[in-house]
Design a protein around this ligand. Structure first.
Ligand code: BV8
Length: 224
């Protein structure tokens, strides 16, 4: 199962498409890059500090909670990978979440490579709790960087019974290619989305808000 920004939209977190207005005069995709961080670290730190500060103000929604119910029954038979860097899956009760694009609530020290749970700002270059160096960056996978856990993801994808994509526009790779990988392994594929995604070769599409579609689908799975 793959989730994207659409599953958190009804909790009040902007999606990339919504946010494809500008952020401080920049497209988000242009801020989420190592080059942008090298060129203007304060701009990029502010971008993530603002999104990290928003987290305590929002709550998981019925879609997050439904996936936690599904995990309670399926356990390790459910592999949940998210493109989202928010913590709403965890706060909704999921315990096995693979953040392939990293997480807002972790800081990564580029000096000692240590990752530390982090809820504050990084703009003022706080020292790394491990080595004391002021070299902390968001633990987020930027464009041009390798997503996390790709081996585990590919192992889970190939030959899975059902691949479900929830609330993602299917434009960013390698996540957008997961459906093809699943199809190649003979999986059934289902998309739950407000609008059909760009990579629309799913066996089944259900259109609507995640907070309605996901609990209904989970009820079907648990009943069946
Ligand atoms: C890599 C973290 C290689 C940061 C993110 C040309 C062609 C193909 C690929 C490329 C190319 N040029 C470059 C690439 C590669 C590039 C890429 O794919 N670019 C795209 C733009 C073409 N990919 C990468 O760079 C990746 N890395 O390829 O590494 C490599 C190899 C070797 C060694 C080193 C490196 C890394 C990509 C990761 C970037 N980081 N996020 C942050 O969050 O700030 S990406 C970010 O945008 C998200 O994480 C997500 O992945 C992506 C899109 O977001 P979505 O989740 O889909 O959200 P979006 O807003 O787009 O859509 C919202 C959806 O929700 C819609 O479908 C909407 O209908 C739906 N929705 C809205 N409301 C609701 C709803 N659904 C249900 N209910 C609702 N209420």
């Amino acid at each position: 199962m793959l989730t994207g920004a659409g599953i958190s939209a009804e909790s009040g977190l902007a999606t990339f498409r919504d946010a494809d207005g500008l952020w401080e005069g920049h497209h988000p995709e242009d801020v989420a890059t190592p080059e942008a961080f090298d060129a203007d670290p304060a701009l990029v730190q502010r971008f993530y500090d603002e999104r990290r500060r928003a987290l305590p103000r929002v709550q998981p929604n019925a879609a997050h909670r439904a996936l936690a119910r599904l995990e309670e029954t399926l356990g390790d038979d459910l592999f949940l990978v998210t493109q989202n860097i928010d913590d709403l899956h965890e706060r909704g009760g999921s315990t096995r979440v693979h953040h392939m694009h990293g997480s807002l609530v972790t800081a990564w020290c580029v000096a000692c490579d240590r990752r530390t749970p982090w809820s504050g700002d990084l703009l003022d270059q706080p020292p790394c709790p491990g080595c004391g160096t002021s070299a902390l960056r968001p633990d987020v996978v930027w464009f041009g960087e390798m997503p996390y856990g790709m081996d585990d993801i590919h192992r889970a994808l190939f030959g899975c019974e059902l691949f479900v994509s929830i609330g993602t526009s299917g434009v960013v790779y390698p996540a957008a290619g997961f459906v093809d990988y699943a199809l190649a392994g003979g999986s059934r594929t289902l998309e739950l989305n407000l609008e059909r995604a760009a990579n629309s070769d799913f066996h089944e599409h259900r259109q609507g808000p995640a907070s309605e579609l996901v609990p209904r689908w989970v009820d079907e799975v648990l009943a069946g």
